[in-house]
Design a protein around this ligand. Structure first.
Ligand SMILES: Cc1cc2nc3c(=O)[nH]c(=O)nc-3n(C[C@H](O)[C@H](O)[C@H](O)COP(=O)(O)OP(=O)(O)OC[C@H]3O[C@@H](n4cnc5c(N)ncnc54)[C@H](O)[C@@H]3O)c2cc1C
Length: 407
């Protein structure tokens, strides 16, 4: 297929990397690569908690893709017709429709605002669009020693609570979660997080399931938690577009894929990142994370380029190295894991963990890995390097694809 039209939907960690690599690998084949994304700037989700208290540098996507061979369209994907192989998008200039030969679906996920009543009306979720407004409100509340309630004891909730408490020690910050803080992390990592949260005077409420949010109040089975500002960091959901298009999806709406990340129902669609539901024991450990999304984006581009050249490719495999949690700017924890994501009970804390976390963020973010991708194809090779042959035979303790952040 000498003039294949490839469209990549979504410029998160998976989609942007896939588009840049595809353009590089298929240039000699004459393929065209078009990237569609609703945002003008490259969203850096792993730094969203930082944006609640300070400016974080961002880059316009037109600048990121300049010179790469990728054509960028800013617009919202409204519908997909896999039978006609078309994508409908809403742009500032009006609706447009694109035809594709191959599609990379990377529309990711967002914080679900419908898991309990009242989130939409009375809480904020982490999203680039709301950061500035929330930051202003936090600054305002600091002047009156206001109450900030962070719901969700997953990694995002921990990062949000510690970031705010460190930047504004005068605030009364509470972190509430239905189970325990940092479940899925090693015992040592959890102990360190508890110590740092205590040092930052964050009031931690474990086994506190919030049933509904009302004006200034979070309702549990037995009590009401009062707040001036509520940040909801609960589980992720995925866009409905795949389900509406008739692609085979799991109950949560994630696209069912094979071990080459191809849609089970429509193999001309590659799926990467949080939108993909991988089956089978060998992939049971794969969790929604930037590390997974970038590795999948890189793999999908390699496999698609190989396919367009008439070559085969090995199945997708992924091994992890660490989980990294920032605890403000001066503390962090690195929880070293086995390739199947099980904790090794070996952690770094203090400046080495802060350094490692910053390195990882830079490496996966637009400033590092994605830019480096224009010249070098490191990420997926690294992912394969840390993979072990027996990966997948250990099936215990994996996280489900509903996301690490449970309230
Ligand atoms: C606050 C926070 C902190 C996190 N911290 C970490 C961390 O430290 N480490 C880690 O590994 N993971 C972290 N995660 C999870 C990680 O960000 C996700 O797993 C990762 O972003 C998934 O990448 P993705 O490419 O699949 O999708 P996303 O990064 O979600 O990108 C999807 C893209 O598609 C676009 N899009 C969606 N719908 C449409 C549409 N209809 N039309 C056009 N464009 C659309 C979105 O704007 C977005 O740019 C964090 C997540 C959050 C929210």
């Amino acid at each position: 297929m000498m003039t294949a039209k490839v469209i990549v939907l979504g410029a998160g960690y998976g989609g942007l990397l896939a588009a840049l690599r595809l353009a590089r690998l298929t240039r000699h084949l004459g393929a065209s690569v078009t990237l569609v994304e609703q945002a003008a700037v490259a969203p850096d989700r792993v730094r969203l908690h930082e944006t609640l208290v300070r400016d974080v540098p961002s880059r316009r996507l037109v600048d990121v893709v300049r010179g790469s061979g990728v054509t960028f369209w800013q617009g919202r994907v409204d519908a997909l017709d896999p039978d006609q192989r078309t994508v409908s998008i809403a742009t500032a200039e009006g609706p447009r429709q694109f035809r594709y030969d191959r599609l990379v679906y990377a529309l990711g996920s967002f914080t679900d605002r419908d898991v309990i009543p009242g989130i939409r009306e009375h809480a904020h979720t982490l999203a680039p669009a709301t950061s500035t407004q929330v930051r202003a409100r936090i600054r305002e509340l600091a002047a009156t020693r206001g109450r900030v309630l962070v719901c969700g004891g997953g990694l995002s909730g921990i990062e949000v609570a510690s970031e705010i408490a460190e930047a504004y020690p005068e605030l009364q910050v509470t972190l509430a979660t239905a189970s325990q803080i940092g479940s899925g992390l090693s015992q040592r990592a959890r102990a360190h997080i508890a110590a740092v949260l205590s040092r930052l005077h964050v009031s931690v409420r474990e086994q506190t399931r919030i049933r509904a949010l009302e004006v200034g109040t979070a309702q549990t089975a037995t009590e009401r938690l009062l707040f001036d500002l509520c940040l909801w960091t609960g589980p992720f959901a995925v866009p409905h577009i795949a389900r509406q298009a008739g692609l085979a999806v799991d109950p949560g709406g994630r696209i069912l894929v094979d071990d080459r990340l191809l849609s089970l129902s429509h193999p001309e669609v590659s799926v990467v990142g949080d939108a993909a539901a991988l089956g089978g024991a060998v992939h049971r450990h794969v969790r929604p994370a930037c590390a997974s999304a970038t590795a999948m984006g890189a793999y999908a581009a390699n496999a698609l380029a190989a396919d367009l050249s008439g070559r085969g490719s090995p199945p997708f495999r992924l091994g992890y190295l660490s989980k990294n949690v920032s605890l403000g700017r001066r503390e962090a924890v690195t929880d070293w894991v086995r390739p199947d994501d099980q904790p090794r009970e070996r952690i770094w804390t203090g400046w080495p963990a802060v350094w490692w976390k910053n390195l990882v963020i830079t490496a996966v973010g637009v400033w590092g890995q994605i830019q480096a991708e224009r010249w070098w194809s490191g990420n997926y090779q690294l992912a394969r390097w840390i993979e072990t042959p027996d990966l997948g035979h250990n099936s215990g303790g994996h996280e489900s694809l509903t996301g690490p952040d449970r309230v």
